[in-house]
Design a binder for this molecule. Structure first.
Ligand code: AHG
Ligand code: MN
Ligand code: MN
Length: 331
């Protein structure tokens, strides 16, 4: 025995933790993992072949799509369309939800939302990027076509969520509502192996992460909190360290391990912030809460927010509980 626990072994072992332990979620997670491994392979050779750089097209949010965005999106679509567990998907790169039409897929119990590549602006400069996914049980009837309402569920309804960070090593972190576990890809055997069991974020931290270049557009409360982070006060370990990669997944992952707060607030230019609730904020909020941290818009818990549209944005503040609570006192 090697003593190594692979992700597939772990998922099967934990199958009973899940309220509908029929094996479907296990198969769905495995489909996602396979897509992820393919994306990882492509991301890793991004500089070698002609796949970095922008495409000619824009997504619905007016952002230029990167070639790897489109490739990653396609990987997920084909993995899920052929898997039989999902009846539809939604992603950052598709204007509308994608409803699977085959009789096979219509029997699927789940819908999946994902950000196929997070931090696209970092692709061309060899800086960590990620993938985020979120899984819901469908609301529509099994056997019929899924619809938009299946995706507009509150974060609290998620049955599983996870992310992959393509960093100095590739890691997958996920939750099904029974804690958070992290797996590192061992490239020599092509398997994610359990490396970070039962991940917990520190109650308090010393890192704050936000795009401070937007300072002129922040509310007074956010500005005051930033000033607080920079004050010299030995007792409360301030000034804090500023760390901002610009890939939510990578910033979140660092803060999860070290303790810290990640902030993408509303600005005068973007009154709901930048990040999308369905495939960015909700899955990360689920993981953050499961790891003992907090996730809020500044006004309410992220996972309580009602969704009215697919690409809805919300302000996002998440991290160590005490840091989030402290920031709220400024808002
Ligand atoms: P995506 O690449 O999926 O569009 O997401 C980018 C997001 C997120 O990863 C990051 O936290 C944020 O955009 C960075 O935005 P700024 O460049 O405005 O700081
Ligand atoms: Mn993103
Ligand atoms: Mn993206």
């Amino acid at each position: 025995m090697s003593g190594v626990k692979t992700l597939s072994e772990f998922i099967i072992e934990r199958q009973d933790d899940f309220p509908y332990a029929t094996g479907e979620l296990t198969r769905l997670l495995n489909d996602i993992v396979i897509a992820t491994k393919i994306i990882n392979r492509e991301v890793n050779k991004a500089g070698l072949v002609n796949i970095i750089g922008a495409t000619e097209s824009e997504n619905i949010q007016g952002e230029t799509q990167q070639k790897l965005d489109v490739m990653a999106d396609n990987q997920f679509i084909s993995a899920l369309q052929n898997g039989g567990e999902a009846c539809g998907l939604a992603s950052e790169e598709n204007d509308h939800e994608l409803i699977f039409k085959s009789d096979f897929a219509k029997k699927g119990n789940y819908v999946v939302a994902f950000d196929p590549l997070d931090g696209s602006s970092n692709i061309d400069v060899n800086v960590s990027i990620g993938t985020i996914f979120s899984i819901f049980r469908r609301k529509s009837k099994v056997g019929e076509e899924a619809n938009l309402q299946d995706f507009l569920q509150k974060g609290d309804e998620q049955v599983a969520a996870g992310y992959i960070v393509y960093g100095s090593s590739t890691m997958l972190v996920y939750t099904t509502g029974n804690g958070v576990n992290g797996f590192t890809l061992d490239p020599s055997i092509g398997e994610f192996c359990l490396s970070h069991p039962n991940m917990k974020i520190k109650e308090d931290g010393k890192i704050y992460s936000l795009n401070e270049g937007n300072y002129p557009f922040f509310s007074q409360g956010v500005r005051d909190y930033i000033e607080y982070c920079k004050e010299d006060d030995k007792e409360t370990n301030r000034p804090f360290s500023a760390r901002y990669i610009g890939s939510m997944v990578a910033d979140f992952h660092r803060n999860l391990i070290k303790g810290g707060i990640f902030i993408y607030p509303e600005t005068t230019k973007a009154p709901n912030g930048k990040l999308r609730i369905l495939y960015e904020c909700n899955p990360m909020a689920f993981i953050m809460e499961q790891a003992g941290g907090a996730a809020t818009t500044g006004k309410q818990r992220i996972m309580d927010v009602e969704l009215t549209e697919l690409h809805q944005r919300v302000p996002c503040i998440m991290g160590s509980k005490k840091m989030v609570e402290k920031m709220l006192t400024f808002l």
